[in-house]
Design a protein around this ligand. Structure first.
Ligand SMILES: NC(=O)C1=CN([C@@H]2O[C@H](COP(=O)(O)OP(=O)(O)OC[C@H]3O[C@@H](n4cnc5c(N)ncnc54)[C@H](OP(=O)(O)O)[C@@H]3O)[C@@H](O)[C@H]2O)C=CC1
Ligand SMILES: Cc1cn([C@H]2C[C@H](O)[C@@H](COP(=O)(O)OP(=O)(O)O[C@H]3O[C@@H](C)C(=O)[C@@H](O)[C@H]3O)O2)c(=O)[nH]c1=O
Length: 310
């Protein structure tokens, strides 16, 4: 007698007995980190990219939810080009506001959990103490406003949705974050301009994913602030990473954020605290391990050897 196992079930037309976690934005920084950590934690997950699930298309959303029958949806899809959003506002609102709202409505209809991500850029920077969940969002740019509206509309359609506000990702798992850019510049002995009058809460992506999953599994709801402990200017963050990487920090060139000429205004202060307590460890404790991995990658990458030699 042949005993069917999960692999046989997966290969056959019989649906798997395990409802998966469905992750949108599979090709993005956060989407790829969720896949990595779900695999580590043994959480059955299905990650879909834009062509497989377009969050702005209700038909695409319904097809995916029907096909995979998830117990929850984690939305990591979004528009993150803050400066481009000032002109590309239609796409920004479509992907950051309309998309999550469609997902929330579909999850509410199926009575399944829903997690989506917002940003510190919903705030105006006029506080001098860490922002908490009850503070009123007053965004300074289109991107921040698209996130504010998403929070409002998602929770209107699904009051028990989980909305995580976070900020300033750093991670050794991708090359598209500020800390990686700074370390690569230092490794190449190139000057790196960094804003020295904007205070933010850097967030170690693996911590963000792990704690977000814990909150989702615990069926937490509403707005939660998740960022590592400690506030830094971008220049201080670049110097912290460089110092931990054994680099001379003089390549970091501190400048006022107003001298960069960026189209989108940034709040000069958007440090995130939480009424729920400090759920993530200190930035310093996480930066050590992040820098070690990034520096090892930089030193071993052939293109970096050429860049440093030239
Ligand atoms: N990066 C950061 O520092 C911070 C990020 N966040 C939030 O975290 C979330 C993830 O950010 P991050 O991982 O950095 O972003 P990425 O740009 O790395 O990933 C976003 C992904 O979303 C996909 N996407 C965009 N529109 C759609 C759509 N209509 N349907 C399906 N997929 C879509 C993109 O696909 P494609 O590749 O095809 O464009 C991309 O792969 C966002 O909501 C962002 O606002 C919050 C605070 C800080
Ligand atoms: C590239 C670069 C950026 N910066 C500063 C300015 C900028 O505010 C900050 C980060 O630059 P970025 O372009 O990555 O992103 P910026 O758009 O400011 O950062 C935001 O991204 C979105 C998605 C968020 O939700 C925010 O939490 C935050 O992480 O670093 C420098 O100081 N020097 C540099 O060379």
């Amino acid at each position: 007698m042949h005993i069917l196992n999960v692999n046989d079930l997966a290969a056959s037309s019989i649906p798997s007995p395990v409802q998966p976690l469905l992750i949108t934005g599979a090709n993005g920084t956060l989407g790829r980190a969720f896949q990595r950590i779900c695999a580590i934690r043994g959480i059955e997950a299905v990650a879909l990219n834009r062509s497989q699930l377009d969050i702005t298309d209700p038909i695409s959303v319904e097809r995916a939810l029907t096909q995979y029958n998830p117990w929850a949806v984690v939305n990591t899809a979004g528009y993150v080009r803050v400066d481009d959003a000032e002109k590309d506002f239609e796409r920004c609102y479509r992907e950051n506001t309309t998309g999550p709202t469609i997902l929330a409505a579909a999850c509410a209809y199926r009575d399944i959990h829903f997690l989506t991500f917002s940003s510190d850029l919903v705030f105006d920077g006029n506080k001098s103490a860490a922002y908490v969940e009850s503070d009123t969002p007053r965004p300074l740019n289109v991107y921040g406003n698209s996130k504010r509206l998403a929070e409002r509309d998602v929770l209107a359609r699904m009051p028990n949705a989980l909305v995580v506000r976070t900020s300033a990702f750093f991670s050794p798992w991708d090359e598209y974050n500020f800390v990686y850019y700074a370390l690569r510049a230092g490794h190449r002995k190139e000057a790196f301009d960094a804003a020295d009058d904007v205070l933010i809460s850097p967030t170690y992506v693996p911590d963000l994913v792990n704690v977000s999953l814990d909150l989702l599994i615990d069926e937490e709801r509403g707005v939660w602030h998740l960022a590592n402990q400690g506030s830094f200017t971008w220049a201080e963050l670049a110097r912290l990473a460089a110092d931990m990487g054994g680099l001379d920090t003089s390549f970091v060139v501190p400048r006022s954020v107003n001298t960069f000429g960026w189209p989108a205004a940034r709040p000069v202060y958007s440090v995130l605290g939480s009424k729920q307590g400090n759920l993530l460890p200190s930035v310093e404790s996480r930066m050590e391990r992040c820098v070690a991995e990034v520096m090892a990658n930089l030193k071993s990458a052939p293109e970096e050897a050429i860049a440093v030699a030239s």
